[in-house]
Design a protein around this ligand. Structure first.
Ligand code: SF4
Length: 339
């Protein structure tokens, strides 16, 4: 608005219309002067990406495949819980990291998303939530939790991710403690994030208790050892006062054994952390399976016995190809969409 020769107050009004009230055109913005609305319409666009595919699971999770203005596709997920609604965002089209168990990692990287393309995912899912499709009780919900855990590595699209976090926080009113950034372990970016003083939750995708196994699962991430990643996490805790979460995707007979659990307990014991055991959503063309429940229980008890807080993320989305990148990959491979 300043660039347009308008007052900052007009900027606040514009942000409110777009981010809180979900305006789809400048003409909707009745509190702006008509001449300004016309001028903005001639210069800018605030349209949304097209919903190319919408799937809803039996437990009301919504998965969207959104078509960006250049024709590329990304995935966004709305997750209703009993007390909140969370939105899982993508930050890149495809992913350059290439974890060997992930659908997004298999199809390579196309481009980074702009901050607006990240934020609009929340707006699009919010519209569905507000329409009552995935609400969890008679109360009307809005998205109040956001996780940067969809396609892409958020810290490889650093500037856009930070700008999107600030917009989601300042303009949508979602508190930083309700925002989680998932990071694969790029040490300099974790350290940079620590200096932003954002108070967001950092979730580090570890997936292995030692460098050899991690190298097998995430071959592109050999530059930083687990020890360096844990030191960067320590720095994040020190700078922000926030506990770090470690994500651990449970892969049958790969990383879910008693020895891995003991090793993990040993390296994480001294950290102010929390471990999230993720049940793997099998991807049809990949040779990985979900760890059996019994194995997950044993793994969990070992960590728990070492005094580490553990939660288990449930496999709720198998019926809608909800593992990261699966919907996009499925449609891409069946040639229904050009990606
Ligand atoms: S798990 Fe995350 S970081 Fe790894 S390839 Fe998939 S999207 Fe990228």
């Amino acid at each position: 608005m300043l660039e347009e020769g308008e007052s900052p107050y007009r900027g606040s009004q514009l942000a409110e219309w777009i981010c809180r009230l979900g305006a789809r055109t400048f003409d909707d913005m009745s509190s702006l002067p008509a001449t300004l609305r016309t001028r903005l319409t001639q210069t800018y666009g605030i349209g949304r990406s097209k919903i190319a595919t919408k799937k809803q699971s039996k437990d009301r999770i919504i998965k969207l495949l959104l078509e960006m203005s250049d024709g590329t596709k990304i995935e966004t997920v709305g997750l209703p819980y009993t007390d909140r609604v969370s939105c899982c965002l993508s930050t890149q089209v495809g992913c350059p990291v290439g974890c060997i168990f992930c659908a997004s990692g298999q199809d390579g990287f196309i481009r980074n998303l702009e901050p607006g393309e990240i934020v609009e995912q929340v707006l699009t899912v919010n519209r569905i939530v507000e329409s009552g499709v995935i609400h969890v009780s008679s109360r009307t919900y809005r998205i109040d939790h956001v996780v940067f855990m969809g396609m892409g590595e958020p810290l490889l699209n650093y500037e856009s991710t930070i700008k999107a976090v600030r917009l989601i926080n300042n303009e949508m009113g979602i508190g930083p403690r309700n925002i989680t950034i998932s990071a694969v372990g790029i040490v300099p970016r974790i350290l940079k994030l620590a200096t932003e003083k954002l108070q967001v939750t950092l979730a580090v995708s570890l997936h292995a208790p030692n460098d050899n196994l991690r190298e097998r699962l995430i071959p592109s991430m050999t530059r930083w050892s687990i020890n360096e990643i844990l030191n960067a996490s320590r720095e994040y805790i020190k700078q922000t006062g926030r506990r770090v979460t470690f994500e651990y995707c449970m892969l049958d007979k790969i990383n879910d054994g008693v020895s891995e659990a003991k090793e993990l307990a040993k390296i994480l014991k001294s950290l102010n952390c929390h471990i999230n055991l993720i049940q793997y959503n099998p991807v049809s063309n990949l040779p990985f399976n979900t760890s059996p429940q019994k194995q997950v229980r044993v793994f969990r008890e070992i960590l728990h016995g070492a005094g580490i807080q553990v939660t288990q993320r449930l496999q709720r989305r198998v019926d809608i190809d909800a593992a990261c990148g699966q919907l996009r990959q499925q449609i891409y491979r069946s040639n229904l969409l050009k990606v």
